[in-house]
Write a protein that binds this ligand. Structure first.
Ligand code: ATP
Ligand code: MG
Ligand code: ZN
Length: 307
């Protein structure tokens, strides 16, 4: 199965994949962190635990940054095993390749997207070996025509394995957004943070997903999980709560049909919750750029002032 998939990928874009493969083997663990030319900020949406709503959050955050904040936004689906972005963004088909042999992202809802799902048959469950995942991710980072972008949002795969580590080590991330739920334990959230802290990626904060309940039938709201859980976890982990997202069937239904709620029900309170997270994220990215912590390698030479 793996060999078959690799063959089909190589048949699709042999010239794209081979150089990336060679590079990823040659680069080794000590290789320098690369930005993506023309991309101002790269942020990762991650969690310590699977199924907490990373992809849903990444999609709606990306759409909010693009449609409501007016930014140029890309979305990279780093979940090579179980890509979600094609369905959630209602995109399919093979990306075209430009004259520089870079793949051109597919665009919907104002967001430029790339996903392994565009390159594979839809119902083929991916069985990848480690090096293949790495080369696919390298390809997505460096052989896709992302620029010019203000923000590239990366929808991280679940867990904290090699693929996650490789992205955080090899890409110059401006920060990570940790998605958690009231049911997830502090341990889960901590697991999500630890990896980024180890590799000196600033944590922008935590998004509490499914924080309260909005009834799909009548719209009434309730708080079955109480409140203050996210604040407590965040305080224990020394980070801020970027925002809270309600548990709302409309969020799932719109995701399932590729019509993110921020784009299709912009006046809903669920959309407002995502927009508020997007505003806070963008604010923090700009603050960091203005001389915050952990951004040392981004700084240019000091300005010389003549008096
Ligand atoms: N706030 C929400 N309200 C209702 N449903 C939600 C909400 N957030 C996520 N979901 C639903 O929960 C399921 C899991 O969400 P999602 O795929 O975004 O999680 P994930 O963390 O990316 O999962 P994985 O770890 O497998 O990548 C999906 O069916 C999604 O529609
Ligand atoms: Mg996901
Ligand atoms: Zn109700």
């Amino acid at each position: 199965m793996a060999a078959l998939l690799r063959r089909s990928l190589l048949e699709e874009c042999p010239r794209l994949l081979l150089p990336a493969l060679a590079r990823s083997y040659a680069a080794g663990p000590g290789a320098a962190r690369l930005g993506i030319p023309g991309v101002q900020h790269i942020i990762a949406v991650a969690s310590g635990k699977g199924g907490v709503g990373k992809s849903t959050t990444a999609v709606n955050l990306a759409v909010a940054l693009a449609q409501r904040l007016g930014l140029r936004v890309g979305l990279l689906d780093a979940d090579v095993y179980g890509p979600s972005i094609p369905r959630m963004m209602c995109l399919s088909g093979k990306p075209r390749v430009d004259e520089d042999e870079k793949m051109i992202p597919l665009i919907n809802h104002g967001v430029a997207c790339m996903s392994m799902g565009f390159l594979m048959e839809e119902d083929v469950a991916a069985v990848w070996r480690g090096p293949m995942v790495m080369s696919a991710l390298e390809t997505f980072m460096h052989r896709v025509r992302w620029a010019p972008l203000d923000v590239l949002v990366i929808d991280m795969p679940p867990g904290t394995g090699d693929a996650q580590l490789s992205i955080s080590q090899r890409l110059r991330l401006s920060g990570a957004v940790i998605v958690s739920t009231p049911q997830a334990t502090l341990l889960d959230a901590r697991r999500g943070c630890t990896m980024f802290r180890k590799v000196n990626v600033p944590i922008l904060g935590i998004v509490e997903n499914m924080s309260w309940f909005i009834c799909g039938a009548c719209g009434h709201e309730s708080h079955p999980f109480g409140s203050g859980g996210a604040e407590k976890a965040a305080a224990d982990l020394d980070m801020e709560v970027l925002g809270k997202i309600p548990l709302n069937i409309a969020i799932r239904e719109t995701s399932d049909v590729g019509a993110p709620i921020v784009a299709t029900q912009p006046d809903s309170s669920a959309a407002a919750a995502y927009v508020s997270v997007a505003e806070r994220v963008w604010q923090k990215l700009q603050q960091a750029e203005g001389g915050g912590e952990g951004q040392g390698q981004r700084h240019g030479p000091p300005k010389i002032v003549m008096e």
